[in-house]
Design a protein around this ligand. Structure first.
Ligand code: ZN
Ligand code: ZN
Length: 258
């Protein structure tokens, strides 16, 4: 049963025949996470959820998306208690200010500095930790990992419809292609990884070549000699090229509360 939960949306994403099925999945996960956090279910009125948003906070991109979503009163409630939590924590850190030359007073903060870098003071280190934490990103990433697991599970089982869609896929955006190869090392043995690379590598090469052709034709259409020529597949070439390089959907309208 649990498997079905992720298999169906994964297959739908492959069937959608988009530039990247994982961008498609992540967009759905993101919209779902925003709805859950700030939508009409009012999860922010539940103490356990509020405790989680108070602690995690949100990243800059998701603050922006929460703002345009539209539930300002919900956001005000979330922000008030999050800021109160931040205020208490920040005061604690400031009371124990340490330049970083001595061992940190806050053991849970991992040191991120590489060799030769100066250690951060504890206040800046705490702020860095807080900035790296986002309640919406956490929800997306947990589910995204399950989709990756499902992807490799179906691949290992050689599930026929999945393999068919996989071999017909256009390709992946570069960031998600990186994720796929990295995750393959955790989920698949050497032989399976090789079999997967034989499908994915030519797809990526073709996909990039096609995309370069599309942005090239897009530019030509600005040349008077081509102004009456067909757009071919180039009308939305810029946003698709940006998706390929950076993932996501730059041309999406703001996601607003329904
Ligand atoms: Zn993608
Ligand atoms: Zn985020």
């Amino acid at each position: 049963m649990k498997e079905q939960l992720y298999t169906i949306p994964l297959m739908d994403a492959l069937r959608a025949d988009e530039e990247c099925p994982f961008c498609f999945i992540r967009r759905n996960l993101e919209q779902h996470a925003i709805d859950f956090t700030l939508g009409s279910g009012a999860s922010y009125m539940e103490d356990d959820i509020r405790a989680q948003t108070d602690k995690a906070g949100f990243c800059r991109e998701h603050y922006r998306q929460m703002f345009v979503y539209g539930n300002r009163l919900g956001s005000a409630l979330i922000m008030e208690t999050h800021l109160k939590k931040m205020s208490t924590e920040l005061k604690k850190q400031m009371d124990h200010y340490s330049s970083g030359s001595k061992p940190s007073l806050v053991g849970r903060l991992r040191r991120t500095g590489g060799p030769g870098e100066t250690e951060k003071n504890n206040v800046s280190a705490w702020i860095s930790w807080q900035l790296g934490s986002c309640y919406i990103c956490e929800q997306i990433n947990q589910n995204y990992e399950r989709y990756l697991a499902t992807f490799f599970d179906l691949f290992k089982k050689n599930e026929s419809e999945f393999i068919d869609l996989l071999t017909k896929a256009k390709g992946y955006c570069i960031p998600h292609f990186g994720d796929l190869l990295e995750s393959a090392q955790r989920y698949l043995n050497e032989k399976e990884q090789k079999r997967l690379r034989e499908i994915l590598f030519p797809q990526m090469e073709n996909s990039l070549e096609r995309m370069i052709g599309d942005v090239d034709w897009f530019q030509k259409k600005f040349d008077y000699r081509f102004k009456d020529a067909e757009w071919k597949n180039s009308k939305d070439a810029v946003q698709r090229a940006m998706q390929m390089a950076g993932s996501g959907y730059p041309a999406d309208p703001p996601y607003e509360q329904k």
